[in-house]
Write a protein that binds this ligand. Structure first.
Ligand code: BGC
Length: 443
């Protein structure tokens, strides 16, 4: 496998997010997001880790961006923190926040890295959550106002936008299971939040298009390769429902196909939260779809949870290639997913907008050995290349992530970076996987 096999215009990138990297949670006018609130309670986080300054991107961004360039990457994807830009979620704009992101964008451009800017990576302003967060239909207006502020301020320098990151993850874990911020639970809260998020994504896309007609607009969706545990029809049907939930639920309404009620008829209840015109307004003509695949799911029929009537056979209970978060790592799945998504005629381009794995690393003096991560990226890339060679329009691979960072509820333990972070000193060491990319991309 050679870099040239992917073609000259293949987008080699890396990606980080505001909450996981910036630090400076309450500095220069920024106010709390739901993740600041959530992680302030140590009971919510693995090992009671405190995020502190995270990877100090707020002060050290220039170094990290320069390292991305050193590795030979061409794309730098990062997210904007809504509560740094509009601290109360609505109303007054924080000049210091705008200035910070201008500096980050300028630094990318000086390093010849193209910025891909995610407008929302889970860190809802706490003041928006206090008004009901995504459950409140007004969130559509609040979000689109925020998007407008971003485009007006950064649109002269940025033309690649990802409206939101992994809606199924933040709505599923945050509004159905109560596992992530803001810890809401239950089907009603899930349905309302999900519908308002779909509407916000489509409306957000339209705002960008209105202010910047040449923008390249995408959405980043989580997905899983799903297989039934065996061929029994009830398990095959369970896997189909799981697929509808994890791989189709947010995509299809955005493509104009509505929610996947064919597989899960009870999803029709979401219509209770529709207003006139929503059917049309849910859709947006994206330039690209980002897919983010971290694990395989083996599905079986189950009475719980209701509506889905499917559950996963936990990877620890079967033969699986487990990562440090006990997720089943299965690179061949990415090819199958690329095939699955390429069947939607509405999808123009696919980017692997995140790909990464967490394993413990071995640091000896100035070397960080991470053979399993390196193997993972090579295997993933082989599958992506196979898809590309078979005519699937996959045009980029963004590594999650540049430097080890704060993994949400799991704290600092799971490390995904190409570059090792010493969280005490903020010292960085390029791992062997990072050195491999450097060689691969620079030759
Ligand atoms: C998220 C990242 C996260 C990564 C690894 C993705 O779901 O977008 O924020 O760190 O997975 O778990």
């Amino acid at each position: 496998m050679d870099k040239d096999d992917f073609g000259d215009d293949f987008l080699w990138g890396t990606t980080i997010s505001a909450f996981q990297n910036e630090g400076a949670a309450l500095k220069d006018g920024k106010k709390a997001s739901i993740w600041d609130t959530f992680t302030a309670n140590t009971d919510n986080v693995n090992n009671s880790d405190q995020i502190g300054e995270a990877t100090a991107f707020y002060t050290n961004f220039a170094k990290d961006i320069a390292s991305a360039r050193e590795l030979g990457l061409k794309i730098f994807r990062f997210s904007l923190s809504w509560s740094r830009i509009i601290p109360n979620g609505t109303g007054e704009i924080n000049k210091k926040g705008i200035e910070f992101y201008h500096n980050v964008i300028d630094c990318c451009l000086e390093n010849e890295l193209i910025p891909y800017v995610t407008l929302y990576h889970w860190d809802l302003p706490q003041s928006v959550e206090d008004k009901g967060g995504w459950i409140n239909r007004e969130s559509i207006t609040w979000f689109t106002n925020y998007v407008e502020v971003c485009i007006n301020n950064f649109g002269s320098k940025v033309s690649n936008w990802i409206v939101m990151n992994e809606p199924m993850t933040f709505v599923g874990l945050g509004y159905f299971m109560g596992y992530h911020a803001p810890k809401r639970k239950g089907i009603v809260s899930f349905m309302k939040a999900a519908h308002h998020v779909v509407m916000s994504i489509a409306e957000g896309g339209r705002v960008i298009r209105r202010f910047q007609s040449n923008a390249n607009i995408g959405i980043a969706l989580s997905c899983s390769y799903i297989k039934p545990i065996n061929k029994l029809p009830k398990n095959v049907r369970a896997a189909k429902r799981m697929e509808a939930m994890l791989n189709r639920f947010f995509l299809e309404p955005l493509l104009g196909l509505g929610y996947p009620c064919d597989a899960i008829p009870t999803l029709n209840t979401i219509r209770a939260y529709f207003k006139d015109g929503d059917n049309e307004k849910m859709a947006f003509d994206f330039d690209f779809i980002g897919i983010q695949y971290y694990f395989r799911v083996i599905a079986k029929h189950s009475l719980n949870p209701p509506i889905l009537f499917a559950n996963e056979v936990h990877p620890t209970q079967r033969k699986a290639n487990l990562n440090a978060m006990n997720l089943d790592v299965f690179p061949k799945g990415v090819y199958k997913l690329l095939k699955f998504y390429s069947k939607y005629p509405q999808i123009k381009q696919i980017i692997i907008s995140e790909s990464g794995v967490c394993y413990p690393d071995h640091k000896v003096n100035n070397h960080v050995y991470d053979a399993r991560r390196l193997q993972y990226h090579k295997s993933m890339l082989k599958q992506v290349l196979k898809a590309k060679q078979r005519g699937i329009k996959v045009s980029g691979y963004f590594v999650w992530t540049l430097v080890d960072n704060f993994e949400w509820r799991e704290g600092f333990e799971p490390r995904f970076g190409l570059i090792h972070t010493d969280f005490e000193t903020q010292e960085r060491t390029i791992k062997h996987s990072g050195l491999w990319f450097k060689k691969f991309l620079n030759t």
